[in-house]
Each structure stands twice: as structure tokens, then as C-alpha cells.
Write a protein that binds this ligand. Structure first.
Ligand SMILES: Nc1nc2c(ncn2[C@@H]2O[C@H](COP(=O)(O)OP(=O)(O)OP(=O)(O)O)[C@@H](O)[C@H]2O)c(=O)[nH]1
Ligand SMILES: [Mg+2]
Length: 184
């Protein structure tokens, strides 16, 4: 066996393909964006329109970078992409899907920001439409909880509380109580 063929064996030993007839949902998430949004670029908290627009640019780019994307759902620093059930791009190679989606997000976000912002990517292999619905309900629930918590946190900070005080105040508090706190 030639050296090249032998090396290819090592290189591809861990390659996997996503199973056919399953939905693939990729979640692309900003790396260390707590620091990027607070220290390196000082975006408005809890939500900043310019940051949102940068994430929308990245999401639009991901929808048009060669995969058959049916839906993109964006919240905070993450983008969930539903790939077409029959998407056979790169033979459903997990290596290609994971690395390219993270790279395409990073490229478009960084060019729009004018500085580097990196992303990771993970893949859910979902067998039925019900599980796809569960996935997006899950992320939407996460967005709702995070937004409610963030509005409460920054309200307490604006009222003079320290980071530790605001965090301690909200720890273990039910969503209904956070609602009441905001409206009080
Ligand atoms: N200021 C500001 N921060 C935001 C906005 N949207 C998201 N973020 C921040 O982005 C971060 C996203 O959280 P995570 O993805 O859990 O944490 P991370 O720091 O990116 O860490 P890893 O994802 O594990 O690398 C949180 O700290 C959010 O506050 C925004 O509009 N404005
Ligand atoms: Mg992140």
C-alpha cells in the first residue's frame, strides 16, 4: 500500500456519515461571546440591535452556502439550521457539515463585525417531525427563559445592584415571579 493510501486510512478512520432519512439540525453557537459582547465590543445589554443584525447576516449566509437549509432559528448567539431531510451535500459527511457550517458562520460574522468571532457547531440527528418540533420548542423555551432572566438581571444592575447581588436575587426564582418583578 502506498504511503498516501495508508495515510488516508488514518485520516478517515473516524469519519462518519449522518444516517439517511433523518432530519439534521445544526446549532452554531458563538464561542465565548459573553466576553465578545461585554468586553471586546461592548454591545448593549441585554440586547443590542447591531449584534442581532450581525447574527442575521451570519444566518442568511448559512442559508445560502451550499446546504439545503429549510429553516433558520436565531436566538442570542446561536443559530439553529434545519437541513432538508434529503440533503445529501458532501454525502452527509458529519466532518464536512460540522466544520463548514462553523467556518461559514465565522467568516460572514467576522467580516461584518470587522473583527474575529468564532463559532462551534453541533448536530442533532432527528428521526421524526415530532422530534424536530420538540427541538425548536426547546430552543424557543430557552430563548424565553434567557430573555426574561436577562431583562430582570439588567434592571437590578441599572438600579445599582452588583453582578453578584443581581445573580443571587434571581437564583431559583420562578418565571412568574420574574414577570412580577419586571412589571412591579
Ligand atoms: N450585550 C449583549 N450580549 C448578548 C446579546 N446576545 C447574546 N449575548 C450574550 O452572548 C452570550 C451567549 O451565551 P453562551 O453561548 O451561553 O456563552 P458563551 O460566552 O458564548 O460561551 P460558549 O458558547 O460556551 O463559548 C451571553 O453572555 C449573552 O449575554 C446581545 O444582544 N447583547
Ligand atoms: Mg456562545
Amino acid at each position: 500500500m502506498s504511503v498516501a493510501a495508508r495515510m488516508r486510512e488514518f485520516e478517515s478512520a473516524l469519519d462518519q456519515r449522518a444516517p439517511p432519512e433523518n432530519f439534521l439540525v445544526a446549532r452554531i453557537d458563538g464561542r465565548n461571546f459573553t466576553r465578545l459582547t461585554r468586553e471586546r465590543h461592548r454591545f448593549k445589554a441585554p440586547f443590542d440591535e447591531r449584534f442581532r443584525d450581525l447574527m442575521v447576516i451570519a444566518a442568511r449566509h448559512l442559508m445560502d452556502c451550499g446546504f439545503r437549509v429549510r429553516l433558520a432559528y436565531l436566538q442570542s448567539d446561536e443559530i439553529s439550521l434545519l437541513l432538508d431531510k434529503n440533503d445529501a451535500t458532501f454525502g452527509r459527511s458529519m466532518r464536512k457539515i460540522l466544520s463548514l457550517l462553523a467556518a461559514e458562520a465565522r467568516a460572514s460574522f467576522s467580516v461584518a463585525l470587522g473583527a474575529v468571532g468564532a463559532f462551534d457547531c453541533r448536530l442533532s440527528v432527528l428521526p421524526t417531525v415530532d422530534r424536530v418540533v420538540d427541538y425548536f420548542l426547546w430552543r424557543q423555551g430557552d430563548a424565553f427563559r434567557n430573555a426574561l432572566n436577562a431583562y430582570c438581571y439588567w434592571m437590578l444592575r441599572d438600579q445599582g445592584g452588583s453582578a453578584e447581588e443581581a445573580t443571587a436575587h434571581l437564583r431559583g426564582m420562578a418565571s412568574s415571579a420574574k414577570h412580577d418583578l419586571l412589571f412591579a
